[in-house]
Design a protein around this ligand. Sequence first.
Ligand SMILES: Cc1cc2nc3c(=O)[nH]c(=O)nc-3n(C[C@H](O)[C@H](O)[C@H](O)COP(=O)(O)OP(=O)(O)OC[C@H]3O[C@@H](n4cnc5c(N)ncnc54)[C@H](O)[C@@H]3O)c2cc1C
Length: 503
Amino acid sequence: MSQENQQKKVIIVGAGWAGLGATYHLAKQGYDVTLLEAGKYPGGLVAGWQTSTGKSVEAGIHGFWYPYKNIFSLINELNINPFTNWTRSAQYSPAGLEVESPIFQQLPKLPTPLGTFIYTQFQRLPLIDRLSALPLLYSLIDFDNSDDAWQRYDFITARELFKTFGVSQRLYKEAFEPMLLVGLFAPGQQCSAAATLGMLYYFILAHQPDFDVVWCRGTVGEKIFRPWVEKITSLGGKVLAKHKVTDVIVDENNIIKSVVCEDQKFDCDAVIFAVGVTGMKKIVANSPTLQRHPQFRNLHNLGAIDVLATRLWFDRKIHIPRPSNACFGFDDATGWTFFDLNALHDEYQQQQETVVEADFYHANQFLHLDDQEVVKTVHGYLATCIPQFKQAKVVDSSVIRLGNAVTHFAPGSYRYMLRGNTVFKNLFMSGDWIINRHGSWSQEKAYVTGLEAANLAISYLQMGDFANIIPVEVDEVHIQFARNINQLGRNFSQSILPNFWLP
Ligand SMILES: Cc1cc2nc3c(=O)[nH]c(=O)nc-3n(C[C@H](O)[C@H](O)[C@H](O)COP(=O)(O)OP(=O)(O)OC[C@H]3O[C@@H](n4cnc5c(N)ncnc54)[C@H](O)[C@@H]3O)c2cc1C
């Protein structure tokens, strides 16, 4: 760590996975880093806190899937032990239990996607419906996460994609749409086909164990972010909560000199934005400097989705067969999940009451209901899945409304999303909605883009070591082979056909 490094100031805006990832790496390289966070606590969408009655709550339960290699590596580096073992999950509809997933890595490994199709235990969905997914495999081969593939698939909706490839109505309604509501937070007609293919491949189809998941044994805020922020602080990084960034100040060479935080100004050599789509739109709306550039004003074409996170404490112990459960068919365009916190969180393991988290995605119609109505609805839904909930009484509850909170990967949104580099040489972008080629999604993607932005800052400021980013596991051999053949065919047709048709 050189003296020169300590003189370079980097301001990071937003303390979610992306912002903390960038801050941590730059602090390790000896930069003078300040992380400005608008909220009361670090963590962003994963923040956790205590209610007035002293109960731990958070903005939804977060799973950590098998391919989250960079996050798992960070956890090792921090020398903490926040996670449960790999867990099994189930899926419910108003008709009852629909699907159970095994722990895929414990079963004999088959070439992808055979393991997913064969080992997933569908209770009701007929084989003929499941087989109707086969033609869709071509689009998984064709969509290789390249810029070209995103341009070709992003204008199509997921629903059109599934319809074009002959997916049955039942398979769409009972398998694909529930996955979209939980994975991309929106129903099929509102999801980009590119995002759909990228997300399904990453979480489910690239390798048999990909769908295996662990959870935190308490809130992520307590188990991961608290020790992580302590570590950042011990390295000299400053993490300032309740600091809302409103603008940037540039010099005559279009270099950002300061970040404005309401009535305070923070001078800097480089800036990393790590805020979500809605936060970024608010900053741009307030900043004539950013608005001058189409890439920033066009951000107003992007949208975000409402989410609702509820936690209910019941007066008795109820047996919930699996710790994590996804549900479909309760509302047309809303997906929801519920979690047995007695099984997942250390603090509830010995308790005689049942603690359940129920999170709703694309929850527009629930967001404006009062807490009592929300709790009544959640209780009713839980009782539909597991009848023993009918007799149980709710003794405490928490309802957290997250309006415009999560990224909407809408059809046609790709062209408005930003990349790590911007028109400002010393302003870099990160977050789960930033375009990169890593291939990960959600928390892992946010963290990876934070490291990528730190690397861009290091490259610009010419000091320190780059963060090591673990790539996603390579495609299996037969997938690589099919993708190569497909690319050859595509190159050949492009060489003889004019560039005339809509992509
Ligand atoms: C209910 C729910 C369930 C989810 N489940 C999962 C899951 O199981 N697994 C998974 O991997 N992912 C899950 N996700 C998605 C995951 O939370 C996000 O992908 C990830 O947290 C995004 O991190 P980020 O750093 O990009 O952004 P964020 O977490 O949104 O952080 C951005 C930060 O910027 C701050 N900010 C905004 N504006 C300003 C400003 N002007 N000045 C200063 N600070 C500002 C915000 O307060 C926030 O702290 C879930 C999300 C929700 C809401």
